[in-house]
Each structure stands twice: as structure tokens, then as C-alpha cells.
Write a protein that binds this ligand. Structure first.
Ligand SMILES: NC(=O)c1ccc[n+]([C@@H]2O[C@H](COP(=O)([O-])OP(=O)(O)OC[C@H]3O[C@@H](n4cnc5c(N)ncnc54)[C@H](OP(=O)(O)O)[C@@H]3O)[C@@H](O)[C@H]2O)c1
Length: 253
């Protein structure tokens, strides 16, 4: 498989597939005829999901355990089941600002949202390079464009993922491999269920997964949606700080 026919991913590994966008994306790939490996901590939910699709298998995994991530990749490689495409969807999110800020929560967010992805990329890249084909997609967020109120633990992890992907993309290109950065806006999933603030342009998990699935069939590095939200945050990022913080201040009062 080459970049030009990447729309035909045959074996897809979705990490963070027990609910929300990851679960819906797994269903889309299974319906499209791909073999799908689904991972997350909740083995019971993965079992239910995989039971309804013949081409889906569950591989329970806690991405906070770096050794378990490396072992899962070794296991896939030695069973000749290395995925063509891996989508990293795993994340945790505790809303909160400075008064909620804690070292423990920040470390947990970094471990799941960022370091888990690092482990996956580090484990897969040499193997994909050796076989000369394959791709990795990292789910970040439009939150990564700029610091937003009430995302003190979560926002920095997503900005770190964006920076990591921008850093690695030229090396993926040089190796003939695909790297996507996926930046969704607000999506109705268990992750956002506890948000008490209005979520503009809120999408369903099915609609968001469809946007991801369509984007993963194309070559573009970034898959960002919905467009109005992505544009608004890009414009916000371009503002001088004085104006930017005046607007942000309004959001917290
Ligand atoms: N919803 C939004 O508005 C939104 C917006 C932008 C970006 N995103 C991103 O989209 C991705 C999917 O999120 P979602 O909204 O669909 O939320 P979700 O339904 O809560 O999905 C998060 C997934 O991560 C898994 N996970 C959490 N901790 C894990 C761990 N230690 N090891 C392995 N898996 C773990 C969860 O499964 P277990 O609990 O079973 O482990 C679950 O499958 C995330 O990266 C999120 O940051 C979401």
C-alpha cells in the first residue's frame, strides 16, 4: 500500500475505541471491509463492539503503561498483524482552570493523551519504515490552536500532540509513511458530557467519525472540523494578546 492508495487501509488499529469517536470510526472501517483492532481499557465495551462486527478484534490496553503499549506492538508484529493505519484516539479530560490545577491531574492527562501517543509512534515507526508503508493518525483537538479557559490539564496535551506531529511529519514523508493530525471541534461524547458551558457547532460522534474517515482517505496532513469552528479559532490565534485575553476574560466571567 502506498500513500496514493491510502484510502484502502486494510488493517486499522484504533486506540481509544471503547466509546465516542473511536468506537464510531471503528464501525465505519469495519463496514468498509477493513480488519479492525480496537483498544482501550474497557475490555467489556470492546467485546460488545467487536462482537457485532466479524472483522473486528479487541485488544485491551492501558496506554498509561508504556511497557504494555510496546508489548502490544510486538505482539501485533509477531502475529503478522501490524496495522496499515493506527488511529490514536485515547484521551482523558477533566475540565477546570487554575483553581483545579494539580500536578497529579496534569501528569495523568500527559500520560494518556500525549505520552501514550509517543509510545505508539515510537513503537510503530521503525516497523512501518522497514516495511515501507503505513500510516499513523493522531487525534488532537482544535483546542490545540490556542489556550482556552477551563482546559488547564487537557489543552496543553493537545498542543503538545500538534507540535509533535509537525515535528515528525517531514521524517514520515521521507520514509514514505503517512502522518495525519486530526483536530475535531466540540463532539457529543462521554468526554464532553460533563461540560457545563455552551459548546458551539457541537457535532454527533457519528458525524465526527465520518469526517475523520473521509479525511483518512485523503493525503492532507490536518483533518480539522467543523470548518467554522476551525476558522474562528485560527482567527482568534492571530489576534494580538491584548485583544485575545480581553475576549477570553469574557468567557470566564
Ligand atoms: N469530544 C470532543 O468534543 C473532542 C474534541 C476534540 C478532540 N477530541 C478527542 O477525540 C478523541 C476521542 O475522544 P471522545 O470525545 O470520543 O471521548 P471518549 O468517548 O471519552 O473516548 C476516549 C477513549 O479513550 C480511552 N482511554 C482513556 N484512557 C485510556 C487509557 N489509559 N488507555 C487506553 N485508552 C484510554 C477511553 O476508553 P477506556 O476508558 O475504556 O480506556 C475511550 O475509548 C480524544 O483524543 C479526544 O481528546 C474530542
Amino acid at each position: 500500500m502506498t500513500i496514493s492508495d491510502q484510502g484502502k487501509w486494510q488493517r486499522v488499529w484504533i486506540i481509544g475505541a471503547s466509546s465516542g469517536m473511536g468506537a464510531r470510526l471503528a464501525e465505519l472501517f469495519a463496514r468498509a471491509g477493513a480488519e479492525v483492532i480496537v483498544s482501550a481499557r474497557s475490555a467489556d465495551k470492546l467485546e460488545v463492539l467487536s462482537r457485532s462486527h466479524e472483522s473486528m478484534v479487541a485488544l485491551p490496553l492501558d496506554v498509561q503503561n508504556g511497557e504494555a503499549v510496546a508489548e502490544a506492538i510486538n505482539q501485533l508484529a509477531s502475529n503478522d498483524q501490524l496495522p496499515d493505519l493506527t488511529v490514536y484516539c485515547a484521551a482523558v479530560y477533566e475540565p477546570g482552570g487554575v483553581e483545579a490545577l494539580s500536578y497529579h491531574e496534569a501528569a495523568r492527562h500527559m500520560q494518556v493523551n500525549y505520552l501514550g501517543a509517543v509510545g505508539v509512534i515510537a513503537g510503530l515507526f521503525p516497523r512501518l519504515k522497514q516495511q515501507g508503508r503505513g500510516g499513523i493518525a493522531i487525534v488532537s483537538s482544535l483546542t490545540s490552536y490556542c489556550g482556552l479557559p477551563m482546559a488547564a490539564h487537557y489543552g496543553p496535551t493537545k498542543a503538545a500532540l500538534a507540535s509533535l506531529c509537525e515535528t515528525l511529519k517531514p521524517e514520515f514523508d521521507a520514509a514514505g509513511l503517512v502522518l495525519h493530525l486530526i483536530n475535531p471541534g466540540f463532539v457529543k461524547t462521554p468526554l464532553t458530557a460533563r461540560n457545563s458551558f455552551p459548546m458551539p457547532f457541537l457535532m454527533s460522534d457519528e458525524a465526527a467519525a465520518q469526517r475523520m474517515f473521509d479525511g483518512l482517505r485523503k493525503k492532507a496532513f490536518e483533518i480539522a472540523f467543523p470548518f467554522p469552528m476551525a476558522l474562528a479559532l485560527r482567527l482568534l490565534r492571530a489576534l494580538p494578546y491584548s485583544l485575545y485575553f480581553r475576549l477570553m476574560r469574557r468567557l470566564i466571567s
